[in-house]
Design a protein around this ligand. Structure first.
Ligand code: MRU
Length: 381
């Protein structure tokens, strides 16, 4: 599906199923094949028509897969990076800690450069680096084993985090409600459940019978291609709308709550998510509909003061002008502005749902409380 200007990640081994042959919810978004030293991902650029697993063995393939959105969504990028850096560490041939760490750091910086906005990428890599630094007295072989354990733990935690966010989110909802979501903050963006979709899946298990509107999400159509596919595969009542139709379905009274994910939340509650999210928040505010941001604490960056400090990724022009069309749709040479994310102002967010509870404004205080709860939970372990 990716066309001009993109190099496609090397496929060293291929498993392929066409739409309908497999339930996408039963396929792991991100996995480690340790025996073959490979990061295994679903190539999300091919969905929903083809479910193809990529087995990525070298750092360039992993970097490309993240950059090209073959693996995407903040938590899934974090898990992929953790597995990726473990695989890089495994390849390092030295008994000297200093040599090992120098090569580890180089690989870490390389992976970290793949996408700038989703803080989970640097969060997961920093966490893996923490394991290396905390164990510098140990033999290199042992450090590699500890890195494997940490990568597995990051993935396990992600599943717990998403499920818990889902439970908090569901506590805000009633059966038969209409919900709206933007982009894909679903299972395909995480290890399981998703964040914004987790209340939908947990509600579905309880027979809540939600009706979900998915914004198609220009320019890369994560809503139409991924969220709609996931939700339908799970039996949810799903309707795709163009991004500019959100105010219409809200005005019609079909939406009781909006749930979105995020790529980075600043300490004041400003939240970066897929471009178009802030426009949905404005419409929701106008129509008095609660707007919830689902945010694992790994996506909250307390070192980032506010949304203006969030680095917003800009992507190639052809994603807008030609990628989904048979023929280019905009004049050659036209200027294109293609930011991948926008920032929703904290004042337009009803609440931020984390795995340690629901934060309400003022977020400067409530997010600090969330991190206190997280620290307490760690101490009690
Ligand atoms: O560019 P993408 O597809 O990686 O953007 C993804 C999003 O904006 C998601 O909403 C966000 O990462 C949260 S995923 C739980």
């Amino acid at each position: 599906m990716l066309r001009s200007g993109f190099c496609v990640a090397q496929i060293t081994e291929k498993e392929q199923k066409t739409m309908g042959e497999t339930n996408i919810m039963n396929v792991e978004t991100v996995a480690l094949d340790d025996q073959n030293s490979a990061l295994v991902i679903i190539d999300q650029t091919q969905l929903p028509y083809k479910t193809e697993l990529l087995h990525l063995k070298d750092q360039k393939s992993i970097w490309d897969a993240i950059y090209l959105l073959q693996v995407r969504g903040a938590p899934a990028i974090g898990v992929a990076a953790a597995i990726g850096i473990y695989l890089a560490a495994k390849e390092i041939q030295t008994d000297s800690f200093d040599d090992f760490y120098a090569q580890f750091k180089k690989a870490k910086e390389y992976l970290d450069s793949a996408r700038p906005t989703a803080v989970n990428l640097s969060w997961a890599l920093r966490r893996m680096e923490g394991v290396v630094l905390a164990n510098k007295e140990k033999p290199v072989g042992e450090i590699k084993t500890l890195l494997l354990e940490e990568a597995e733990e990051i993935k396990r935690e992600d599943i717990w985090v998403c499920k818990t966010i889902g439970e908090f989110g569901l506590s805000l909802l009633k059966p038969k409600m209409g919900l709206l979501t933007h982009c894909n903050a679903g299972q395909l963006a995480t290890s399981k459940y998703g964040t914004a979709t987790a209340p939908m899946y947990l509600g579905q298990e309880k027979g809540y019978d939600f009706k979900v509107f998915c914004d198609e999400t220009r320019p890369l159509l994560q809503g139409a291609r991924l969220t709609a596919y996931e939700l339908m595969s799970s039996g949810l009542d799903t309707t795709v709308i163009c991004d500019n139709m959100a105010p219409t379905v809200m005005k019609n009274g079909w939406v009781n709550a909006v749930f979105v994910g995020c790529d980075r939340v600043a300490a004041n509650g400003d939240a970066a998510n897929k471009v178009g999210t802030s426009y949905v928040a404005l419409a929701a505010k106008y129509y008095n509909i609660p707007f919830y941001v689902c945010a694992p604490t790994s996506t909250i960056d307390m070192d980032c003061e506010n949304g203006a400090k969030i680095h917003i990724e800009e992507r190639p022009a052809e994603e807008v002008t030609e990628m989904w069309y048979e023929k280019r749709m905009a004049p050659e040479g036209v200027k294109v502005f293609n930011p991948a994310f926008d920032v929703t102002d904290a004042q337009n967010i009803t609440a931020i749902i984390t795995e340690y509870g629901i934060a309400y404004p003022p977020y400067e205080q409530s997010l600090q409380e969330i991190f206190k709860k997280k620290a307490q939970a760690k101490d009690n372990k």
